[in-house]
Design a protein around this ligand. Structure first.
Ligand code: ZN
Length: 383
């Protein structure tokens, strides 16, 4: 099967290259916001929106009026328009909210460029990119497949990253004849129907405590800087050096935590898909659960939604089946041994005995077994 795969690397642009990257990002944002505004005005006047083609023509004209729009990567601007028209498409299909103006403060600052005529090339130490030339990067693996596009990002910690998107052939994993039920939990990250329990990555707590501490420091420094700015009118927040330094420190810590979480999720989704032909999970409504404040932190911490997303595409890539069962299925109430329907159980009850057959159950292993059985009997939603 042909799939699109992203290869993410850290970039080390020179100062000039960094300026050029930021220019392409800034101009992409400008184009997006400019045409979002045009789109809205046209809609109000005529009752009809614009299209990608009309915007693209108008962009050519705009470039003649604003020569600095010719400086950035031209693909970046085109892709920005494509993004906008996609955002409207999704909005009209009721799949997304109304497109909003892009802010400088958004942590996700990026532009997309496209591959044509070898304008992007990858060697062991450098990547050639339109308008930038050869940029140094940290090579952690080999880029395989036909290059399609690249996303260049500037993240709040000040670092630059590239995601090279390539089309590649994936081979199905050999069949193992095994199936597994997965119970995503609050205490453990997940429990498998095999009885295996996978705990949340240990680093989380201590690193998050450190993050909270540094965030507190940041807000103190912010208050301090604000007082000084009020006294001296020619100062701005950019002059508050200690505040700026702390801001980067917090961003780096956040980045570190998020990287480790992503690694953890990838490691397990890859392993589970490789070792099983059928995988059964509950179709979770994470948004619904997040409304409950007591559970919110833990749930966002363990990133179930991201995990299920990874299982979904990896299963598809490697010829395996992911089965999602109804999330209202009472997985913790039924005895997996005899099928006896027991009562509701409070979260603190970790073990119980079946009154019908006497089986001794670990709450989560029993739930994972029920999820497995339910999925194999009636796969309601196949993903
Ligand atoms: Zn029983």
């Amino acid at each position: 099967m042909l799939i699109q795969k992203a290869f993410k690397f850290r970039l080390f642009p020179t100062e000039e290259q960094a300026v050029q990257i930021n220019k392409s990002i800034g101009c992409s944002r400008f184009v997006y916001n400019h045409f979002l505004d045009c789109w809205e005005k046209t809609y109000k006047q005529t009752g009809k929106g614009l299209t990608y083609n009309t915007c693209s023509k108008a962009l050519t004209q705009l470039k003649a009026e604003l020569p600095w729009l010719k400086e950035p990567d031209k693909f970046a601007l085109q892709n920005s328009l494509k993004n906008l028209s996609k955002a409207y498409d999704r909005f009209f299909k009721k799949q997304a909210k109304h497109p909003r103006f892009k802010s400088k403060k958004n942590p996700n600052q990026a532009y997309k460029t496209c591959f044509t005529n070898r304008n992007i090339e990858v060697t062991d130490q450098t990547i050639k990119l339109p308008k930038l030339g050869w940029v140094r990067y940290a090579r952690s693996r080999q880029v395989k497949g036909r290059l399609l596009s690249a996303f260049i990002r500037h993240v709040p910690s000040g670092k630059y990253f590239i995601s090279l998107v390539a089309e590649a052939e994936v081979k199905e994993h050999p069949k193992t004849g095994k199936a597994v039920g997965i119970d995503l939990g609050l205490l453990d990250f997940m429990t498998l129907s095999t009885g295996e329990k996978i705990t949340n990555p240990k680093f989380g707590r201590s690193m998050e405590q450190k993050l909270r501490c540094e965030q507190r420091k940041l807000s103190h420094r912010y208050e301090g800087a604000k007082k000084r700015i009020l006294k001296q009118k020619n100062l701005t927040l950019m002059d508050a050096r200690n505040y700026q330094k702390q801001k980067i420190k917090v961003a780096r810590l956040k980045e570190k935590i998020s990287n480790r979480k992503t690694d953890f999720l990838h490691q397990w989704s890859t392993k589970l898909v490789k070792n099983h032909d059928q995988l059964v999970v509950e179709d979770l409504n994470v948004k619904g659960l997040l409304k409950n404040h007591h559970l919110a932190k833990t749930i966002s911490e363990v990133s179930w939604a991201e995990f299920v997303r990874q299982l979904t595409y990896k299963a598809q890539w490697y010829g395996k089946t992911l089965i999602k069962i109804d999330r209202f299925f009472p997985s913790s109430q039924r005895c997996a041994t005899c099928g006896h329907q027991d009562g509701k159980k409070a979260l603190h009850i970790r073990k119980w005995d079946c009154p019908q057959c006497g089986a001794h159950h670990d709450r989560d292993v029993n739930a994972a077994l029920n999820i497995l059985h339910e999925g194999l009997i009636k796969p309601s939603i196949e993903g």
